[in-house]
Structures are given as structure tokens and as C-alpha cells.
Design a protein around this ligand. Structure first.
Ligand code: ZN
Length: 276
């Protein structure tokens, strides 16, 4: 399906410059893309575990997901897994995918806030990816095959570094709300890049007060409605700590997911399917 994705992305780029065609972009984005089980659209739930408060929430969040038969992709930092392996036991379950989130998460206030991932050298990027990978294999008992850039600070150099480190899948900061190609997975310098729904993230909404719980539910539901209408994929990313005291809200969201029409998968599952 890779050539189809590339063809659709080209159409989206051109159509977006032509006002009369712009309205058709959404309906054409996923033309020729099909989902397993003849589902209408796909969904991925991912978490970024950046702090101990995030680690503490993961077992409960996985329990909630299991009630509904859903899986999750979890971006983890190598250094934290190395220091606190017990907090990452949850990764060993079959329904959890570990996503490589770099070794030291450059610009992390508790690890190293002197560097940014987007400004370190290619050799340093490769080292960040490889070190996290090795620790992930030890702690989670399985190798990650998807990368997520710290703070979503990706650069073109990053895609070269990922290939050098053996990674062909990434979900690092293309946003599903943005023209020209919205949620359509892209091929960037040979790496499959999966966009995500930025506005549905919990940081700017639930934590920082961008919207209340009702508003957040409306946001995630509208993202699913959009993808169901275009046969696309909704990839969400949440910070686990934002569901502390809000598990009911998380389950309310999960209970509303239309399992009959949505293929609920992981980032890796999505990438492998699209690579066929
Ligand atoms: Zn992070």
C-alpha cells in the first residue's frame, strides 16, 4: 500500500493549492487503502511515558484498555527503564507495544535540558535510538520497531538517523489536523511516518485547561468521526498522568469507540499493515 500512500499524498499536495479541489482532499486521502477485517477505519492509542507519574498510571490504564479488548503503544525513555525497570513490567504483556522514545529524551527537565533532539548530531541521534533499543529489549523482552521523537522535535536528519539505527517506522510529530495530507501516513526519506491528533492530546486540554472533560471527549469523538468518514486512521497520544483521577473519563471514551467499524491496533501493527 506504500505506493498508494505516496500517490494520495501527491494528490493532496496539489489539490490543496487549488481552491476548487481542496474540498475533495479528505474524501480522496485514503482511496485504495483497506483495513483488516473489512473495517471502515483504524485507531491507535499511544502514550508517552516521560515521568514517574506517567509510569504509575500505566498498569491501571492497561486494565481499562483490556476491559474493552484494546491494545496500546507506549513510548518509553531508555534511561528511566534502566533506572526503574520494575515500573516497566507492564510492557511485557502481549497487548502492549513498546515505542522507542530515545535514551535520554533531550531537553527533559529531569534528565538533560541542555540539548534539543532537533539540534544534536546525527551520530548522537543514532546513539540515542540504539541505546534505548537495547534497554527496551532487556526490560520489555521485545524489540521496538517504531520511534517517537522527544517533544515531537523531528528533523530531516532524524529520518536518516533512524534508518542508520535500523528503524523504518516513526510517529514523531506530523499532525492529523494539518493540511495538506492530514492523517495520511507519509513516506519521509524512506521512513513511514504516522501523523497523530495533536489537539486530542491530554497535555494542552485536560492538564493545561485548554478544554474541560466534556470538551476533550468531543474532540476525540470528532477525530474518530472524521476518520470513519474518510476511511482513515486516528492516532491518539496521551500523557498517562493526565488520567490520574480520570479513569472514568478514559473508559467513557473507550466505551464510545465503534469497534464494529474501527480496526484498533498499535503503531507497529498499523505500519506493518501499510507496508504490505
Ligand atoms: Zn516525551
Amino acid at each position: 500500500m506504500i505506493t498508494r500512500l505516496q500517490k494520495n499524498a501527491r494528490f493532496a499536495r496539489i489539490a490543496n493549492r487549488i481552491p476548487i479541489l481542496r474540498n475533495f482532499v479528505g474524501s480522496k486521502l485514503f482511496e485504495g487503502v483497506s483495513w483488516p477485517g473489512e473495517k471502515t477505519a483504524a485507531m491507535v492509542i499511544s502514550f508517552d511515558v516521560d515521568y514517574a507519574e506517567d509510569e504509575a498510571m500505566m498498569p491501571e490504564l492497561m486494565e481499562s484498555l483490556r476491559k474493552f479488548g484494546f491494545r496500546a503503544s507506549v513510548a518509553c525513555i531508555g534511561k528511566w527503564m534502566e533506572i526503574r525497570p520494575a515500573a516497566y513490567e507492564f510492557l511485557r504483556a502481549d497487548d502492549v507495544e513498546i515505542v522507542n522514545h530515545s535514551y535520554s529524551h533531550p531537553n527533559h527537565d529531569l534528565i538533560d535540558d541542555t540539548r534539543k533532539f532537533s539540534s544534536i548530531s546525527r551520530a548522537e541521534m543514532i546513539d540515542e535510538v540504539k541505546r534505548c533499543h537495547e534497554i527496551a529489549v532487556q526490560v520489555a523482552g521485545k524489540p521496538p520497531d517504531v520511534f517517537r521523537a522527544p517533544h515531537f522535535l523531528w528533523t530531516r536528519e532524524m529520518f536518516e538517523a533512524l534508518k542508520d539505527a535500523g528503524y523504518l517506522f516513526s510517529s514523531s510529530g506530523f499532525y492529523s489536523e494539518e493540511a495538506p495530507a492530514f492523517s495520511l501516513p507519509r513516506i519521509v526519506d524512506g521512513v513511514l511516518e504516522i501523523p497523530l491528533y495533536r489537539r486530542c492530546g491530554t497535555y494542552h486540554t485536560l492538564r493545561k485547561g485548554g478544554t474541560d472533560e466534556t470538551g476533550w471527549l468531543a474532540l476525540v469523538r470528532s477525530a474518530l468521526d472524521i476518520e470513519l468518514s474518510r476511511g482513515g486512521v486516528a492516532v491518539f497520544y496521551f500523557d498517562p498522568m493526565d488520567f490520574s483521577g480520570r479513569l472514568t473519563l478514559f473508559e467513557e471514551f473507550l466505551s464510545g469507540v465503534d469497534k464494529d467499524r474501527l480496526w484498533v491496533t498499535t503503531l507497529g501493527g498499523l505500519c506493518r499493515h501499510l507496508s504490505t
